[in-house]
Design a protein around this ligand. Structure first.
Ligand code: NAD
Length: 285
């Protein structure tokens, strides 16, 4: 044997400590997964080893592209079109998810939208649309997930919890927002929805929490980051002086859904670069 061959170290598998497979074997459903924060979360869940159902309502091509990207991580994935504010659609989506993947362990209640208007000009249609998707949609999906979690119970080979729900709320569950009364009301509602379900189902070893993002760079808020002037103005609201990225949220979601976060239940985690620190008081008050 040559010296070079003798000195060759045996090949070892080096654990990837940056993205440990903390969700290996788990099955996740992410609503509104083909854009923005939902996409960022789907990618991080897959990196952590979870199979992912990609819910979408428009733009099937982007949903199918995402499924391909997720499968490159070696996990199972499929796209499912459903309006989260439609009860029949939601029931069918969860039925299909269990049929294809065998179980659902994690729900990411992410789908959401804005229909902004000065308060006295806000139409009932704008109000109902936002409450329908952002609040009723989260209720409908959470209800189906809880039924599945309770029926299956804890599978210790997968997780020490019977299931996890992460609601994507917003800093606007606590920060009032002029011109966005419907949106802020929907997120305030999500907070009490989350806490009430958590209190009710905790004895079944089901964990329910919210992630409350500040300003994250996605299509929903393009107007606040797409020009240098708008970005500078936005920075006045963010002590940490940068916008959030979708993978900031994705990494938190993967950790929160994992057993690393097993004792976290019924709480809102703010991820906002300090937006909720009342930045207006930094130099005054
Ligand atoms: P986005 O517009 O990129 O994504 C929203 C997703 O929800 C899209 O895929 C959209 O098609 C989907 N959707 C809308 N209505 C739906 C319906 N009826 N059924 C199924 N899917 C539907 O915006 P985003 O910023 O990624 O928003 C995702 C979530 O994050 C929302 O709940 C939003 O309120 C919340 N959020 C975003 C920010 C931010 O700064 N971007 C901050 C706080 C909270």
């Amino acid at each position: 044997m040559s010296n070079a061959a003798k000195n060759k170290l045996p090949e070892v598998e080096i654990p990837d400590v940056r993205t440990p497979k903390i969700l290996q074997g788990q099955k996740a459903l992410v609503t509104g997964a083909n854009s923005g924060i939902g996409k960022g979360i789907a990618l991080e869940l897959a990196k952590a080893g979870a199979d992912v159902v990609v819910n979408y309502i428009v733009d099937p091509d982007s949903a199918l592209d995402l499924v391909d990207q997720l499968k490159e991580q070696g996990i199972a994935s499929f796209a499912f079109k459903a309006d989260v504010s439609n009860e029949a659609n939601v029931i069918e989506m969860f039925h299909q998810a269990v049929k294809e993947l065998g179980a659902i362990d994690i729900l990411i209640n992410n789908a959401g939208l804005q229909r902004d208007a000065p308060f006295e000009e806000m139409t009932l249609e704008q109000w109902n649309k936002v409450i329908g998707v952002n609040l009723t949609g989260q209720f409908l999906c959470a209800r189906e997930a809880v039924k599945i979690f309770k029926k299956r119970g804890v599978n210790r080979e997968i997780s020490c919890s019977a299931g996890k729900i992460i609601h994507i709320s917003s800093v606007h569950e606590v920060i009032p927002w002029a011109g966005h009364a419907n949106y802020a009301a929907s997120k305030g509602g999500v907070m009490m929805l989350m806490k009430s379900i958590a209190q009710e189902v905790a004895p079944h070893r089901i964990r329910i929490n919210s992630i409350c993002p500040g300003a994250i760079r996605t299509p929903i808020n393009k107007s606040v980051w797409s020009t240098p002037e708008a970005y500078d103005k936005l920075m006045e609201l963010i002590p940490y002086r940068r916008i959030g990225e979708t993978d900031d949220i994705g990494r938190l979601a993967a950790w929160l859904a994992s057993d690393h976060a097993d004792y976290i239940n019924g709480t809102s985690i703010f991820i906002d670069g300090g937006m909720t620190l009342y930045p207006g008081f930094a130099t005054g008050g």
